[in-house]
Design a protein around this ligand. Structure first.
Ligand code: FMN
Length: 300
């Protein structure tokens, strides 16, 4: 039987992002800088690539879409993310030369998780992490491309963090409870995300973000965010509400499909230009100064 109720977290999220509106503060405003620092390295913008996987060779081009956007990340000096893949595929990504965080799947075969972290470290990954929001399916654990997933305890994640001595990113945090656990076990960053709407009626990431920001105040944990980010103004809203970095997802797919690296570079540059416009119009000259005092909510 079909659900009669709207439980689509993507639609709920889009409406929420659209309901956030921005006041203008232009007098005394100057051209802003997008420079950002993560884990001791400087990046040219607070826009990140999404942790994608399984994008093969597109339109007859020789390299995979993952490699193509990783080259764009290197050229634009952005922090790069990739998701589920075997070690061989990750080696290709590293050849693109971007500072890359490898988000490993929560495989039931924990040896495979450890092996993928160890390999990432061995070949010079910038960081590692795990997506904790792709474990359950209706009725049990999910099986992704033939691989069963398994729950991740605080102790398991702490063990990953303590073993590899690399920036560690927990992807798929959507509550203060999980965010605080990540802080307590020593994660370097979290990605506030509902993984393109896996859970029906999931709270919009930007709605829970201010609470998470408050709960992590005074810690070094970086807060990243994704889900339905499509414009520089979307990035601005997330930064204002407490994010340190923001990733578009499927919104960049058409440009990636059409023109590979060039398409992604155009898409991201456009987004960065829109972000600068938003910062200029609101009087914020630096990314770290952006705050929520300019954000209002329609009907809210
Ligand atoms: C083709 C594709 C593959 C993905 N693979 C992964 C993955 O392996 N690991 C992961 O953590 N997230 C994965 N994601 C989720 C994205 O990292 C991101 O959370 C999501 O796409 C954000 O939502 P949006 O596409 O609506 O912006 C994937 C998304 C897509 C579209």
């Amino acid at each position: 039987m079909e659900h009669k109720r709207n439980q689509d977290a993507n639609l709920i999220n889009e409406k929420y992002i659209e309901s956030l509106v921005v006041e203008q503060r232009i007098i005394d405003s100057v051209k802003p800088s997008l420079k950002t620092n993560y884990f001791g390295s400087e990046f040219d913008m607070p826009i990140l690539t999404p942790a994608f996987s399984h994008i093969g060779n597109i339109n007859g081009r020789e390299k995979t879409g993952l490699y193509e956007y990783s080259v764009a990340a290197r050229n634009l000096n952005m922090l790069n993310f990739v998701g589920m893949m075997e070690n061989e595929g990750f080696k290709d990504i590293m050849d693109a030369g971007a500072k890359t965080v490898r988000i490993v799947k929560p495989y039931a075969d924990n040896g495979k998780v450890l092996d993928q972290f160890a390999y990432a470290k061995e070949i010079g990954a910038f960081g590692i992490g795990i997506d904790i929001d792709h474990i359950f399916a209706n009725g049990g654990y999910d099986v992704v491309i033939g691989e069963e997933m398994a729950p991740q305890s605080s102790d398991m994640i702490k063990n990953y963090i303590d073993t590899y001595n690399l920036p560690f990113v927990v992807k798929g945090v959507l509550s203060v409870s999980d965010a605080v656990k990540c802080k307590e076990i020593g994660a370097s960053a979290i990605i506030v995300s509902h993984h393109h709407g896996r859970m029906p009626s999931a709270i919009p990431p930007m709605m829970i973000l201010p609470e998470i920001k408050k709960a992590l105040e005074g810690s070094d944990v970086k807060i990243f965010l994704d889900c339905q980010i499509a414009t520089g103004m979307d990035v601005f809203k997330a930064l204002a509400l407490g994010a340190d970095g923001v990733a578009p997802g499927r919104a960049m797919m058409d440009d990636l499909n059409a023109e590979g690296t060039t398409g992604v570079e155009k898409f991201i540059r456009g987004m960065a230009d829109e972000l600068m416009f938003a910062m200029g119009n609101t009087g914020f000259d630096k990314v770290e100064n952006i705050n929520d005092s300019v954000i209002h909510r329609l009907n809210g």
